[in-house]
Design a binder for this molecule. Structure first.
Ligand SMILES: [Zn+2]
Length: 403
């Protein structure tokens, strides 16, 4: 949470505390060691400066003086949770929920916070109970449904995630349909792993119904087509997916290479060249330029490889896989034979770099990793991982004799 968000959260609380402080001062109910409001505002200032420990100390003192304050307890609970002290956060929220004098909205809020504690602690059954109880709450109902959705997503319980997602869809969440479509795709993948193709296709169709043209659904259909031996359809669907979502090119281009070259299709290499050329020239997909350059290098069409090389080197940043392909191309030029060992060392350095660097990056939170996943492990958004480089370690088993 940013300082600004904390401030927004605390504004109504500050007003309420001012009221408390004024009331206590006026009535002189009990002597105060320090006015809670001053100490409270000090806590707010520490929060704005990101000094969590000092803020925590200030808020602890406020609740020691004023045991009844609800909001300060909530802040304390959140601060403990933020520091990873989930047990203490749970205790605070449990005590709040047990207070007899709370309004319905306050009790719902405290219970929602408790659900979040349990979720963070990995106690999913208790988080589920807390969130389910709050699903119809006018104050925290939607947030409770979102919490519940997190529980099911984390446990990969896609059926329940779809049920909750559908309820959230009724509330008009912008990304709700995309999420449900991905749950359907997850189910389709499970069915494919069990070789239940028909059931898999039903889930894919539902995903398409929710998000027409969803690239992940197209790729699943391509997978089904490949399994049933319909390679031309598989190629067409893979192409459509990458044209719709160019950021998936690092995932799709190697598959296109494999489909064209490993299948018994006539003119596989020629068709691959056509496909890659259109992706490189019309869609401006760098990864397709790299694949095209590789194709030209392996078939000794050096001039055409050079055209692609210029295109790759004009990129910023230049993908390491592009540099690696460039060095491999240079290695076979007659002029550099004198320096073949230097070029071999250069190639190895780039290969090592490519093997250790991330290949995908989340467009939402910046998470980086080497494997493509549909849900970002860091921010948990769907379909945000974008290919930043091409893994050249797994070239397709191509046969160029027929080229
Ligand atoms: Zn992310």
């Amino acid at each position: 949470m940013t300082a600004g968000q904390w401030l927004l959260l605390l504004l109504p609380v500050a007003a309420a505390s001012g009221w408390y402080a004024a009331r206590y001062t006026h009535a002189r109910r009990r002597p105060l060691r320090e006015p809670p409001l001053d100490r409270y505002l000090e806590g707010v200032r520490y929060l704005l400066d990101d000094q969590t420990d000092r803020a925590l100390q200030a808020f602890i003192e406020v609740v020691e003086i004023d045991h009844e304050t609800f909001e300060t307890h909530l802040i304390l609970g959140r601060l403990f949770r933020r520091r990873g002290e989930v047990d203490r956060a749970i205790r605070i929220h449990q005590n709040l929920v047990a207070r007899p004098a709370l309004t319905d909205a306050q009790r719902a809020h405290a219970m929602y916070e408790m659900g979040r504690d349990f979720l963070l602690a990995g106690v999913f059954d208790r988080a589920e109970v807390a969130f389910r109880e709050l699903m119809d709450s006018p104050s925290v109902g939607i947030r409770a449904l979102e919490g519940l959705r997190n529980v099911y997503e984390t446990q990969r319980d896609w059926i329940q995630a779809i049920e909750v997602g559908t309820r959230l869809l009724e509330h008009g969440g912008a990304s709700a349909a995309l999420r449900i479509a991905h749950y359907e795709c997850e189910l389709a993948q499970e069915k494919l792993a069990q070789n239940r193709t028909e059931l898999a296709l039903e889930h894919v169709d539902r995903a398409m119904g929710l998000c027409p043209g969803l690239s992940r659904a197209l790729l699943l259909r391509a997978q089904v087509a490949e399994r049933s031996g319909d390679i031309p359809l598989s190629i067409e669907l893979e192409r459509e997916a990458v044209v719709r979502t160019p950021a998936l090119a690092t995932l799709v281009v190697p598959k296109l290479e494999r489909l064209h070259l490993n299948s018994a299709l006539p003119r596989g290499a020629v068709n691959l060249e056509d496909t890659l050329r259109s992706l490189a020239n019309e869609q401006k997909i760098t990864v397709a330029s790299i694949a095209l350059m590789r194709l030209y290098r392996r078939t000794n069409r050096l001039d055409e490889a050079l055209t692609q090389l210029h295109r790759i080197l004009a990129q910023r940043p230049v993908p390491t896989s592009g540099l690696l392909e460039a060095v491999r191309w240079m290695k076979i030029l007659p002029a550099v034979h004198t320096y073949s060992s230097e070029f071999a060392a250069f190639e190895k350095a780039l290969m090592d770099q490519l093997r250790s660097q991330p290949l995908y990056q989340c467009s939402n939170c910046g998470y980086q990793g080497r494997a493509h996943v549909w849900q970002c492990p860091s921010c948990r958004r769907w379909d945000t991982l974008r290919g930043i480089d091409l893994d050249l370690d797994q070239p397709p088993n191509q046969t160029f004799e027929s080229f």
